[in-house]
Ligand binder design. Structure first.
Ligand code: ADE
Ligand code: ZN
Length: 324
């Protein structure tokens, strides 16, 4: 079964490129950019990855990305992730980046987007991996800041296909960002949002109703609200679930306590993704293996999960056909 899972062609729809920064590359970039890290070894960095909740992870995640400055840094980060995609047989990936987290450190949007995009283009040409970029707003910042960032990003609109919402969820409900999502919808962008990761099911409802998102990132709290589950099923809204992330951030007690089987059983359009693989114990194959060890799914279930991801991908009809 393990070799079946490794060889299965995969589609990843929930991945933060900054969350792929492995400690080895963090040290290399720190040296290159003359940044002093608050750790004295790669092992010390890994040892610090013992999270209590989402916020304790975010603190280290934002600290880690402080080594990224140049176009080449963003290229190297993205290229390293895409080579992992090849090793995990990921054939299509849609990746988030957090522009505000870099703008606030003085890194221009063009630097961020050009580095990420150039690596994606090289991966398509050299490895046949298709990809797309989603600009994600930090929900613990103001809507005004998101709007300003969105307007600045329009100068590079050919580089990204959609917008999303991430960072500290509780206390920052989706409706806080209604205007920026309205703008992006009018401009023809795809819309997604993290909801129901640590926050309540009502945030998933709000992401659907006030932001009009096409996919929900995480969404594991949806089972708390039966009417919401029925809406998600009827509208076939994909949920980009991240099993190892949920275990590492303690949003579930352990993998065997994850609601994934119940979500599949209900007929929700569930997909499996790695979120921040450098921080959460591994990439797509590691997520598939951890889920398989806990639930011993049949091959049919794995094929269903893969088909869900192909259906949920923001690709052209021709690319979707090729993925099936
Ligand atoms: N940013 C990076 N990973 C995240 C996650 N799992 N939840 C919210 N924001 C994030
Ligand atoms: Zn995420």
């Amino acid at each position: 079964m393990s070799s079946f899972l490794h060889q299965l062609p995969k589609v990843e729809l929930h991945l933060h490129i900054e969350g792929t920064l492995e400690p080895e590359l963090m040290f290399e970039l720190a040296r290159r950019n003359e940044v002093t890290l608050p750790f004295d070894s790669v092992e010390a960095v890994r040892a610090a990855y013992d999270f209590e909740d989402l916020q304790s992870f975010l603190d280290l995640y934002y600290q880690g990305m402080n080594v990224l400055f140049t176009e080449a840094d963003f290229y190297d980060l993205t290229w390293a992730y895409l080579t992992r995609c090849q090793a995990n047989n990921v054939v299509h990936t849609e990746l988030f980046f957090d522009p505000q987290a870099h703008l606030s450190r003085g890194v221009a949007l063009s630097t961020q987007l050009e580095g990420i995009t150039r690596a994606c283009q090289d991966a398509e040409r050299e490895m046949g991996i298709s990809s797309a970029i989603i600009l994600s707003f930090l929900r613990d910042m103001t809507e005004e800041h998101a709007l300003e960032t969105y307007e600045a990003a329009l100068a590079y609109r050919e580089h990204f296909i959609g917008i999303g919402l991430d960072s500290a969820e509780v206390g920052n409900p989706p409706e806080k960002f209604a205007r920026v999502f309205d703008r992006a919808r009018e401009d023809g962008f795809h819309l997604v949002a993290h909801a129901g990761e640590e926050g309540p099911a009502s945030y998933i409802r709000s992401a659907l109703d006030t932001l009009g998102v096409e996919r929900i990132d995480h969404g594991i709290r949806c089972l708390d609200d039966e009417a919401l589950v029925e809406t998600l099923i009827a509208r076939r809204i994909p949920l980009t679930v991240c099993p190892l992330s949920n275990v590492y951030l303690k949003t579930v007690p352990d993998m065997t306590g994850h609601p994934l089987p119940a979500m599949i059983e209900r007929g929700l359009c569930v997909t499996i993704n790695s979120d921040d693989p450098a921080y959460f114990g591994g990439y797509m194959n590691a997520n598939y293996e951890a889920v398989q060890n806990a639930f011993a799914f049949s091959r049919d279930t794995w094929v269903l999960l893969t088909r869900n991801a192909i259906e949920a991908a923001f690709v052209t009809p021709a690319r979707r056909e090729a993925l099936y």
